[in-house]
Design a protein around this ligand. Structure first.
Ligand code: SF4
Length: 447
């Protein structure tokens, strides 16, 4: 359990100088107890107090780094809230793909290529996956180490090494020491040997229990051996149990400040059909996996999963925005159409995609509406005819085209008169939905 605000207050310098960002030491103590501040914000805390307050000032879920050097490094954990709308989530769920070491050479290489191919561009963002998880299905230490080395050489993803045989694990870790892979897993049967490997190579260690009680027991034993770079696996595999366990772990860490469970957590999918598997993964990303290991690499299923993760791990108070400037789609010239939208990322990229598919080179001007969509921006007074005219003037679109026609979204037809009056341009009311832009453009702008 964490310390109370008053217990923390007793250890503070009581200068009430405000340098920590709050006016008094008592307020700082309360913020620390609530996990909303860290002890290093106070420059006057004594070493003795630091020692005493160590656990109170630690984040409720420890930050664990997997990977090192030039390869991908993934940070997991360090979350402070149960719900995204309470504040925000900070470290996106790591997405891992399992590859078994007993595959023949061609199948192994094909699986690695499929994992490497999981890159996507969506709404101006580049999505990639994070981990390759090599599983010691063969049961042979040399085969396992060779497969791990092959995976490490093929791609710079972070690595998870999966074996419960400590000797095989050591051989595999030796092959990729510099990559600081996640060792999976220490169990009730092997935790001493597995912890020794993790300590020797300073690699993060996954701890697996058959259930939460066993997990608690094994984590305490590993911590007692002096190792705290941990990721937890509650051992459950069907969807309902996994979500229940992950929720329980999160509640215990955040609400009860139960240090034994104050580590990132991982989950494994178990469904066979790719769509079912990805739906399982989506549930785990939502509640509350720091890391999910999948087997399917079918792109059409992975993109929605990564989009979902992206949506969850954005700050709900900061919509994703694009810069307000003149965008050129295709080989524009002085006769190209001009479209207006808002700078909400999803609005802009929906319009851009449709303009692109119309095959008519065009200009798009996203007006800065603080990242809100068309109707929201208009209702908030950020997307009126006068504002759009002002932005068109500021960006100098009149110098780019010879005509004076501008297309506005159909939902804000009401701004057409004011825009015409302020800009002097002829205002064409376009379709309401971006999906209508392509046929609209072909009907209006092909000669
Ligand atoms: Fe107190 Fe330290 Fe904050 Fe000053 S910086 S008010 S001494 S907690």
């Amino acid at each position: 359990m964490g310390l109370t605000g008053l217990a923390i207050f007793k250890e503070l310098p009581k200068k009430n100088c405000g340098e920590c960002g709050v006016p008094t030491c008592l307020a700082f103590a309360m913020a620390l107890a609530a996990g909303k501040a860290t002890l290093d914000a106070c420059p006057y805390v004594s070493e003795e107090a630091k020692e005493n307050l160590g656990s109170a000032s630690a984040p409720p879920i420890k930050l664990i780094k997997i990977g090192a050097g030039d390869s991908k490094t993934v940070e997991l954990g360090d979350e402070t809230v149960m719900f995204r709308h309470d504040k925000t989530f900070y470290h996106p769920t790591g997405i891992a793909f399992e590859v078994e070491d007993n595959l023949d050479e061609a199948a192994f290489a094909a699986k690695l290529e499929a994992i490497k191919g999981l890159e996507f561009d969506r709404v101006g963002l580049h999505y990639t996956v994070d981990f390759i998880a090599v599983k010691n299905t063969s049961g042979n230490a040399d085969t396992f180490a060779a497969a791990v080395k092959k995976a490490a050489d093929a791609a710079d993803f972070a690595l998870i090494l999966m074996s419960e045989d400590a000797a095989a694990m050591e051989k595999a870790v030796e092959a990729v020491t510099a990559r600081k892979p996640l060792i999976y897993a220490a169990t009730a049967d092997n935790y001493e040997a597995m912890t020794a490997v993790a300590q020797k190579y300073e690699a993060p260690l996954a701890v697996k229990g058959a259930n939460l009680d066993e997990l608690e027991d094994v984590v305490n034993k590993v911590v007692a051996l002096g190792y705290k770079e941990l990721v937890l696996d509650p051992g459950s595999r069907n969807t309902v149990d996994v979500v229940a366990d992950l929720t329980q772990l999160r509640r215990m860490a955040i609400k009860k400040k139960f240090r034994t469970f104050g580590f990132p957590v991982m989950a494994f999918t178990s469904e066979e059909a790719p769509l079912d598997e990805v739906m399982q993964a989506q549930a785990y990303v939502s509640k509350y996996a720091s890391l999910v290991v999948l087997r399917t690499t079918e792109k059409q299923f992975i993109l929605p999963l990564l989009s979902w993760r992206q949506n969850l791990y954005t700050d709900p108070q900061k919509p994703i925005q694009v810069e307000s400037k003149i965008y050129e789609v295709g080989a524009v010239n002085e006769n190209s159409p001009v479209y207006i939208t808002t700078n909400f990322s999803l609005s802009y990229y929906s319009v851009e995609g449709e303009v692109e598919s119309s095959k008519i080179p065009s200009y798009i001007i996203p007006v800065d509406t603080d990242g809100t969509s068309v109707l929201t921006a208009w209702a908030a007074g950020k997307f009126g005819g006068d504002r759009v005219a002002e932005v068109m003037k500021e960006l100098g679109i009149e110098n780019k085209v010879n005509h004076r026609n501008v297309v506005i979204p159909g939902y804000v037809a009401v701004i057409a008169a004011k825009l015409k009056e302020d800009s002097g341009w002829n205002v064409i009311v376009g379709p309401r939905e971006s999906a209508g832009i392509s046929p609209f453009a072909r009907a209006n702008f092909t000669s």
